[in-house]
Design a protein around this ligand. Structure first.
Ligand SMILES: Nc1ncnc2c1ncn2[C@@H]1O[C@H](COP(=O)(O)OP(=O)(O)OC[C@H]2O[C@H](OP(=O)(O)O)[C@H](O)[C@@H]2O)[C@@H](O)[C@H]1O
Length: 274
């Protein structure tokens, strides 16, 4: 019922104001540049599996200035919201664009950054590194991935060494896109399989380059399937360390890739400070 007396009107206005304020104060925490990042596609399902806990304001508690206390941070449970993606998630003919004109197709824009790839990673970032198909993240930046994302590593290893075998290995030139599994970080990991072996058994540089082109295309295709969840793509100078291929060769090969309209157009390349 609409408020009738002045006292009722005042109470109504105050409650309404508090409600409005609570809503508007809390939402900006998620309303960042990656606006659609947490937006569930099937709200019902996501809500059932991943309840979002919105803290209640403590009644009557106010700061000395008379303003309501700042809201607590959102606590979300988003683990296992997405499945990992790999070569089985692309359809046949996924690279064909009907009637495409190569001249119209853009190339990837690489932006360069100095520093640690793992520093200040925004939620929804895809972190990309080159992998062998044996499922070992045993050295170089892969070892750092293993330390920082142990659950992702376990799933990657199982994919390479249990779902596949030595006689039926994962194919090079493909990609595994690992969905977030480690804590609240919400970081995806792009594993581009640019070499079958590692150490002394790594593939020859030309083969690694050919695999890189194919893997990067699959990475972009898989990312496009979860695009609303992704804020940015970061990669290290893949292949240039343990795999021994000069970055300039990989860079040139990546530039040759023609982008499909639904693919991301930018990737940040990170290299450590000297
Ligand atoms: N925090 C950081 N931020 C940004 N950039 C960072 C960084 N830390 C290192 N880098 C740079 O990251 C580039 C790649 O260098 P990496 O040697 O790691 O990788 P890669 O792509 O040549 O080779 C892959 C195989 O190497 C492995 O070891 P194994 O073969 O098993 O022995 C794996 O398991 C794979 O299979 C180099 O430019 C490093 O300066």
């Amino acid at each position: 019922l609409p408020p009738r007396s002045p006292a009722q009107r005042l109470r109504y206005t105050t409650c309404h104001y508090r409600h409005e304020q609570r809503t508007t104060v809390m939402s900006p925490q998620r309303d960042t540049s990656i606006r659609s990042y947490f937006k569930p596609t099937g709200a019902g399902d996501i809500k059932a599996k991943n309840p979002v806990t919105v803290p209640e304001a403590i009644p009557g508690k106010r700061t000395t200035s008379g303003t309501p206390p700042p809201p607590k941070k959102f606590k979300t449970t988003t683990e296992n919201k997405h499945q990992h993606l790999d070569y089985t998630h692309v359809t046949s003919g996924w690279l064909d664009v009907p009637g495409r004109q190569d001249a119209d197709q853009k190339s990837l824009q690489l932006t360069y950054h100095k520093g640690d790839m793992f520093a200040d990673v925004p939620p929804g970032t895809v972190l990309v590194h080159a992998c062998n198909t044996q499922g070992h993240w045993g050295a170089g930046i892969a070892k750092a991935f293993k330390q920082q994302y142990p659950k992702a590593y376990t799933d990657h290893h199982n994919f390479c060494a249990k779902d596949h075998t030595k006689s039926n290995p994962v194919s090079t030139g493909t990609t595994q896109l690992l969905a977030p599994r480690d804590g609240d970080k919400q970081h995806w990991i792009g594993c581009v399989f640019t070499s079958a072996g590692y150490g002394k058994g790594k593939d020859k540089p030309d083969q690694i380059i050919r695999n890189t082109v194919n893997s990067m295309q699959m990475l972009l295709e898989l990312v496009s399937q979860v695009d609303g969840e992704i804020s940015e793509i970061r990669m290290c100078k893949i292949n240039s360390g343990k795999f021994g291929v000069p970055w300039e060769k990989t860079e040139a090969a990546i530039h040759v890739i023609k982008l499909k309209p639904e693919w991301r157009t930018k990737i940040g390349v990170w290299e450590p400070e000297e």
